[in-house]
Every structure is written in structure tokens, then in C-alpha cells.
Write a new protein. Sequence first.
Length: 497
Amino acid sequence: MSFSIRWKVTLGTLLAVMLGLVVAGGLAFRSIEQLELARAEEALAARTGLAALALQPLLAPSPPPSDRLQIQARELGIQANARVTVIDRDGLVLADSALSDDALPTLANHRMRPEVASALATGRGTDIRQSDTTGQRLFYLAMRVAPPGAHAISIVRLAMPLTTLESRIRDLQQALGIAFGVAFAVSILLSFFIARGLTKPLSEIAVVARQLAGGSFERRIPAASNDEVGVLATTLNQMADQLDHDITALRRLETVRKDFVANVSHELRTPLTSIKGYVEALLDGAKDHPEEATRFLQIILKQSDRLNLILEDLLQLSQIESGRVQFRQEPVGLRNVVERTLASVKPLAEKKRHTLSVAIPPDLPPVSGDEDRLVQVLTNLLDNAVKYTPEGGAIHVTARPVREDETIELTVSDTGFGIPAADRPRVFERFYRVDKARSREMGGTGLGLAIVKHIVEGHGGQVWVEGNDPIGSRFIIRVPAPKDPRGAVQPSRDTTA
């Protein structure tokens, strides 16, 4: 048998409420009984004390006068509304308000009665049981009495029938049971309405989900709340907005494939263009100058190595994002990083007649990191700056220590098209493009900045972009700087290279 989620919620809520009421009721019933018994014991103890005080003069002689004890016990029993029994230390009953004088000798020895034994041992004892003498269920309280000047010890015991007490306890328990019954009835109604309020949106979601599975995307779910059900409804509506089982989905997949290919070409274009530029320079006559040819060949070799590194980075991008790639931690001078990077992008910048400027303090502290990865970061930033800056623009690279957070700041600014403020938080996402048409034309897909972000974060740093004054973009990188023996970032003087 299958129940709907509404009935499951209703029955589950009722089961929890019923279990709580049963536990609470059991504890309440037990507490009421214990409280009433405690009150009865307190009242019976007061009466027993008064009875013992009244009987002390008669218990002082040895042996005590049995006829006067019996008369006094009956009077006290009437006054205390309880059965009064006087017992000597050997368990012999000397007087009992509930029996005649002739019946006293026939009573069994009371020394081993629980309340009597406890009173002899500790001075006071209680017990609840059915009387062998009267057949009633009684609450017994015995108290040891030692009259002044008397050598004998006696026990004065009062017994109170539990009929009235049990009746009062039953009345209280009955009233409490009625209250719990009313509470359970109210909980049934509340559980039904609560379950209906919770499950109605889920039922609507189930209907829409079945329609979506059948290929119908017209209906939407009204999201009237901000809780998990509302979030689920909103998410399902968004999914319905995105789903389309026609050619649009195929075109979207094709676009993703093309974007990935364009991204790969974007990452490989920079080293390949650099290699091609130096090869063309060699063919144009630089090969006839051995020193210059050697330098160009060394640059070509470095760019070939960098090309191999980029291919590895493309394969390991998912590992970089997941944090499984370990970066080397070695002292790295940013001046050397900048010089290596400028050597690779300079041919591209010269073709567009860009002005490249660098300002790095000579005493700038090194950073701890992976030099090849930092070169990759700066290459990606400079490559973007060259591509997205109109001909004749300016690109400026600076570095400085930041004493506030003990980092080294590397900045790449340009006079290019700039990035709108609304797009700046997303430019470091994979495949994100600010201007899709211009990005396709220039071969960019946004993967380069995604690699930049993860490499910088892998070095324990951060990267962001700001607007450049008056035009263009300004990419800022901060990575942790080593400390001098006094624990502060080393001071520096700004110079321009």
C-alpha cells in the first residue's frame, strides 16, 4: 500500500505527537502519584508525632497500662482519622484503635513489619500494603518513642486508608488524560493542515516535473516562499527555462565545442607567435649574426618549453581547480619573471605599436612560489592586454610591497577597451567572455584568466581587476611576501625600468 507524502507527513507528525504525549502522560501520572503520596506521608508524619507525644506519659511506666493505652489509642484514632497502633520493642501489639480489647492478644508479632523494623533501626519507617488485620490497603508510618526516664522503647504507628488518596489520584489522572486527549485531537487537525501546507507545493512540483519529463515546458511553479521548497520550485522553473529538446540544444553543444577549441588556440597562440617571430627574424638576417642568433634560439627553446607547459596546464586545469596540483615553493624574483614574460610578448606588442613600461623597485623582496607558473600568469595578463588594447596603446607593469597585509603586489594596466563593472567579478570564470563577438574574433574564451586565478590562489594569493584611469583595465595580483628577521616586509624605493 502506497501513501502520499501528505499522509506520510501527517501520520509521522501524529506518531511523534502521540509518542510525546504517552511519555509525558506517563511521567505526569507518576509525578502526580508521587506528589500525593509525599503529601500524605507529610500529613501522616505530623499526626504520628502528635500521637506519640500524647502517648508518651502512658509509655513511661513499665509495663505500660494496657487498658488506658487502648482507650487513648481509640481517642487519638478518632481525632487523627487514622488507625493508631502501639507496639513494644519486641513486636508485641500493646494497643490498636481498630480492634477490641479481646482481639489484641490474638495479633501476630509486628516486629518484622517493614515500617516497624525501619522505625526500630532508624527512628522512622513507612510502608504501603494490604492489612492482614483489616483487609484494607493502608499507608503505614511508624515512629520510635523513648519516653524520658523510661528504659523501654515503643513504636507508635498510624495507618491511613488509601481509598480517598487513590480516588483523588484517579480524578487528577482522569483530568490529565482528558487534557491529553483534547491536545491529541487538536494535534490531528494541526498536523493535517501543516502537512497540507508543506506538501501542496511538493505536489505541484511533482506534477510539473512529470510534465517536464514528458517534454512540456509551458507550466511553471508559483514560488511563494524562500524556504527549501521555494528554492526547489525556483530551481525547477529555471531548469524548465533552460531545457529545450530541439536544435537549440545541439547548437549550444556545438558552441561549447567551438569555445573549447578557441580556448586551446588562445593558450597556444602566444608561444607559437613568439617562436614564429624569432624564426622570421633569423630568416630575415639575424642568423648571420652568431650572438644574436644564439639569443634568439635560446628564446625559441624557452618558448617551446613554455608551449609544452601550457599543454600540460590545459590537461591539468581540472586538477588545479580541485587543488591536487602542488606548486613549487622557491624564492622567485619578480623582475626576472617580468623580463622573461616581456621577451615572449614583445613581438606581439611591437606589431601593434604598443608602449611597454615596467616599474619595479631594485630591492623588491622575492616571493615564494613556482617561477614558471608565475610567468604563465603574467604572460596571460600581458597577452590579453596586448590583444584588447587598440594600436598605439600603453601597457604598464608595476610591483611593490604592501605592508598592510605583508604581500607583494604585481599590477598590469593597459589603455584598452576596459571591462564593465558588472562583468569584472565574472571574468575569472572558465570560458566567460565579456564581449563574445570581439572575444571570438581575437581568439579568447576566458580560460586564460581562469588559469591565472587558480595559479595565484595556489600560491596563497588573490587576483582581481579594476578600471584603469582614464581608460582600460588594471589587473592586480597579491602574493605573500617573505619577512625580514624583524617580521616586517622589506622597505623599497620605486624606480622605473
